[in-house]
Design a protein around this ligand. Structure first.
Ligand code: AMP
Length: 281
């Protein structure tokens, strides 16, 4: 499964992406995370991106398209991926279409998380507070001033993607103001409706992420047996008792019927005898 999560900063893309990773055993490809790692490692890409990111601007399209193209080729992305924070511009979306076509891959869905802008600042403030609590380094661009700029760039450069994907019948919009698990459920329902996931994946962590070391074949076999219980295990112990009772009732009924029939037959025979006797006379 290959999906895109679309939404402004603070809309919950990262949170939902992580939950979807657990559920479906696919990888999250976040350009923001990759760029932050590049900045931390001081790579040429990182050096290029550092200032732009700190000021809330967008890193050049060719840089992020290159990063994503390489990442999609990694073995762990073979099973599927969630794009979080990419594409962010129409040229990036066009480049993604091209590279997926080139790699013979299909995009299943684009999920837009729609949120009230007024809630975004407080959401980002909560994220900062939580990161501080966990002792994590706080993002340089998670300040009210930079957030305002990131929002402006979302509106002008990323929002046109809603039209882009809705024209291509790929877009599903979900209310991102709901509770986290409600949003996850809504995304799952949408993916089910689109046929991007199988019903059995509902509410359960993906077999591979639940048992990371399990070979693919075994995981498949396990899934199969989970889907179709054997006839012997289909009914719980309680219904065995009920079945016994029902069988007893049937036997009783059958016996009653036989007695009635016999009685009827007896009566018929007696009637015949009387008629014969009368005829003789
Ligand atoms: P994010 O973690 O998605 O909020 O991204 C953090 C920052 O990384 C953004 O504000 C941009 O500066 C940069 N960035 C991430 N993804 C992209 C992208 N697809 N195109 C351009 N810049 C990006």
């Amino acid at each position: 499964m290959r999906i895109i999560l679309l939404g402004p900063p603070g809309s919950g893309k990262g949170t939902q992406a992580q939950l979807l990773v657990q559920r479906y055993g696919i990888v999250q490809l976040s350009t923001g995370e990759m760029l932050r790692a590049a900045v931390a490692a001081g790579t040429p890409v990182g050096l290029k991106a550092k200032e732009i990111m700190a000021s809330g601007g967008l890193v050049p399209d060719d840089v992020v398209v290159g990063i994503i193209s390489d990442r999609i080729d990694q073995p762990d992305a073979r099973n599927g991926f969630i794009l979080d924070g990419f594409p962010r511009t129409v040229p990036q979306a066009e480049a993604l279409d091209e590279l997926l076509k080139h790699k013979h891959l299909k995009l299943d869905a684009v999920i837009e998380l729609r949120v009230n802008e007024s809630a975004l600042l407080s959401r980002v403030e909560t994220r900062v507070a939580q990161m501080r609590e966990r002792g994590e380094e706080v993002r340089l661009d998670d300040t009210p001033e930079v957030l305002t700029k990131r929002l402006a760039s979302y509106r002008s450069q990323t929002e046109p993607l809603i039209h882009y994907y809705s024209e291509r019948r790929k877009l599903s919009t979900i209310d991102g103001m709901m509770a986290i698990d409600e949003v996850t459920r809504a995304i799952h329902r949408q993916l089910l409706a689109l046929g991007a996931v199988e019903p059995k994946s509902h509410g359960k962590p993906h077999a591979r992420s639940a048992a990371k070391a399990a070979p693919a074949k075994k995981a498949k076999a396990g899934k199969k047996s989970a889907k179709k219980p054997s006839k012997a295990t289909k009914k719980p112990a309680k219904s065995a008792k009920t079945a016994k009772k029902a069988a007893k009732k049937t036997v009783k009924k059958a016996a009653k019927k036989t007695v009635k029939k016999a009685a009827k037959n007896g009566a018929k025979k007696a009637a015949k005898k009387v008629t014969k006797k009368r005829a003789k006379r």
